[in-house]
Design a protein around this ligand. Structure first.
Ligand code: IPE
Ligand code: IPE
Ligand code: MG
Length: 244
């Protein structure tokens, strides 16, 4: 029996960038050094994804639950975001990347909020890869905010109305969800949107997730058969028809 395989790269890749703290710990460095290295790894990953034809990249940078970390680490993550915004936006802009921040902004400082809005405005007319940075994001928060907005608008709650109100409504659902750092869990990332995403868990710590590691994930994705509830025979038949 032949399996239908993808030859193309995933349209939308989502990544839980995990393992910065362990990367630093192994080098006897403070955790913030791992987060700094994580920013470098993200720069490399953005470039690599764009080169490989990924249309949408969504990364998990700070979860609703990450507020529970020591205050010093939280504040260094906020500083890192503010610095990265100033430093990276010109390059993203010239690379044609459209930046979106996804998450609850009311919990963020005025400085960070202004930086996010400015970065989005600067890249809004770009036509290249969409980069969604999930910051102060939680999958449960997203479902609740979507439901609240549907109810406020007096609409019936359906999959369509909720889907339109979700924070990632501007892009199709992720095809591939990668988590680095060896843990095999979702940690309240895209709960609604990952209903049919292919999952790939990498043992690499995020600062060490390089082009070869990305290619390994893309190659694994290419071997998957996505059935969306159908049978393998149905999928194979639809594939043949699409080619014919
Ligand atoms: C991911 O790395 C970054 C954030 C959650 C902000 P971690 O900081 O969770 O790294 P580990 O899991 O402790 O190694
Ligand atoms: C998930 O990583 C959040 C981000 C990568 C931003 P965590 O390190 O917070 O996840 P848990 O706590 O190990 O599940
Ligand atoms: Mg972690």
């Amino acid at each position: 029996m032949t399996k239908s395989r993808h030859t193309s790269v995933p349209h939308h890749v989502a990544i839980v960038m995990d393992g910065n703290g362990r990367w630093a710990h192994r080098r006897l460095l403070p955790r913030v050094a791992g987060h700094r290295q994580g920013v470098e790894s993200l720069r490399r990953c953005i470039r690599a994804c764009a080169e490989r034809g990924v249309q949408v990249l969504t990364v998990f940078a700070f979860s609703s639950e990450n507020w529970n970390r020591p205050a010093e680490e939280v504040s260094s993550l906020m500083d890192l975001l503010a610095t990265a915004l100033t430093r990276e936006v010109p390059e993203l802009k010239s690379a044609g990347i459209r930046l979106h921040f996804v998450g609850e902004r009311s919990g963020l400082s005025e400085r960070v909020r202004a930086g996010l809005a400015a970065a989005e405005a600067e890249t809004a007319s770009n036509k290249g890869m969409v980069l969604n940075v999930c910051f102060n994001y939680g999958g449960r928060w997203d479902i609740v905010q979507a439901a609240a907005s549907v109810v406020r608008a007096g609409q019936p709650v359906t999959e369509e109305s909720l889907g339109r109100a979700m924070a990632l409504a501007h892009v199709p659902d992720p095809d591939l969800l990668i988590r680095t750092g060896g843990e095999q869990r979702i940690s309240n990332f895209l709960l609604w949107q990952c209903a049919y995403s292919e999952l790939f868990f990498s043992d690499r710590l995020w600062p060490e997730f390089d082009e070869a590691a990305l290619d390994e994930a893309l190659a694994a994705f290419a071997q998957r058969e996505r059935r969306f509830g159908k049978t393998s025979a149905q999928v194979a038949k639809a594939g043949t028809q699409a080619v014919a």
